[in-house]
Design a protein around this ligand. Structure first.
Ligand code: SF4
Ligand code: SF4
Length: 279
């Protein structure tokens, strides 16, 4: 048995769209028989890049989440398909049989990740195949992985303990995208954006200069994080849980400490924090 999959590191994705373009190049107008029918010119994104904007000026962020089919182990698309038109191979790849799936639009609507697309001309549902046709011919990885310049996409067999994907999955804090869908996706992620809290520190008695090296501690529910302001006086805590209360303490020797209670319903910018010298 094998479980072929992708590990996607969102923190390494620059949003260059190379993976999307490589996928289009592989599938647009190309017929791979029982693996996949030709992809049409418009409206299909087998490797989507979701842009997530977070925070607000002056602390905005953009993250990119590459989103292919998740090759779920309990896949609603398999369940809804008649005549076994969608099936899971022994290596974990979920495929749509273009002939058997003709007319089965319900397959598009069954996917909670919205990664199945309807080909109106051929009247078939279509999606990412993990380049199964290439893998079966001996290719080492899908086209998207080959095209990624940053190493954000890692392909391999999760059941092979010597594979890079298995080692990374064991070492890193991997998670599913939208675990609430409850489909046991084989595709896993690192660094899915959560909430961040940021701010900048200055000293009242040193106007015009940033306060570097100020200790910032964040605490809640047993979580204790600590950082120091950088040479611009800026600090940031990333990966905070959503809708959670945290206490932030700002301390510098010789100055009055400051405490802030924040709630991560949204990302939090504490703005400019002015430290007053101890009298
Ligand atoms: S992501 Fe959607 S299309 Fe892919 S296996 Fe899961 S349910 Fe099926
Ligand atoms: S090729 Fe790599 S870096 Fe570029 S968008 Fe795709 S995953 Fe991100």
């Amino acid at each position: 048995m094998a479980r072929l999959s992708l590990l996607i590191d969102v923190t390494k994705c620059s949003g260059c769209y190379n993976c999307f373009l490589a996928c289009r190049d592989e599938y647009y107008g190309n017929d791979y028989g029982s693996y996949s029918a030709p992809q049409p010119l418009d409206g299909q994104f087998w490797m989507q890049i979701k842009e997530i904007e977070r925070g607000r000026y002056p602390k905005p962020k953009v993250d990119y989440i590459p989103t292919p089919c998740m090759h779920c182990e309990t896949a609603p698309c398999v369940d809804v398909a008649a005549d076994e038109a969608v099936y899971r191979r022994a290596d974990g790849i979920v495929l749509i049989d273009p002939k058997k799936a003709k007319g089965q639009k319900a397959i598009v609507n069954s996917c909670p990740y919205r990664v199945v697309f309807w080909n109106a001309e051929l009247e078939i549902p279509q999606k990412c195949t993990l380049c199964a046709h290439r893998l079966d011919e001996g290719a080492k990885e899908p086209r998207c992985v080959e095209a990624c310049p940053t190493g954000a996409l890692v392909f391999g067999d999760l059941d092979d303990p010597d594979s890079e994907i298995a080692k990374l999955s064991a070492a890193l804090n991997v998670e599913s995208y939208h675990p609430e869908y409850d489909t046991a996706p084989l595709v896993k992620y690192v660094g899915i954006p959560k909430r961040f809290a940021a701010g900048e520190v200055v000293r009242r008695d040193v106007p015009g200069e940033c306060a570097e090296g100020v200790r910032i501690a964040l605490e809640a529910n047993g979580v204790k994080l600590e950082t120091r302001s950088d040479s611009y006086g800026d600090f940031e805590f990333e990966g905070l849980e959503k809708n959670t209360a945290y206490r932030v303490r700002v301390e510098l020797e010789g100055y009055e400490p400051q405490v802030f209670d924040i709630f991560t319903q949204t990302d939090v910018n504490l703005g400019e924090i002015v430290l007053n010298p101890l009298s």
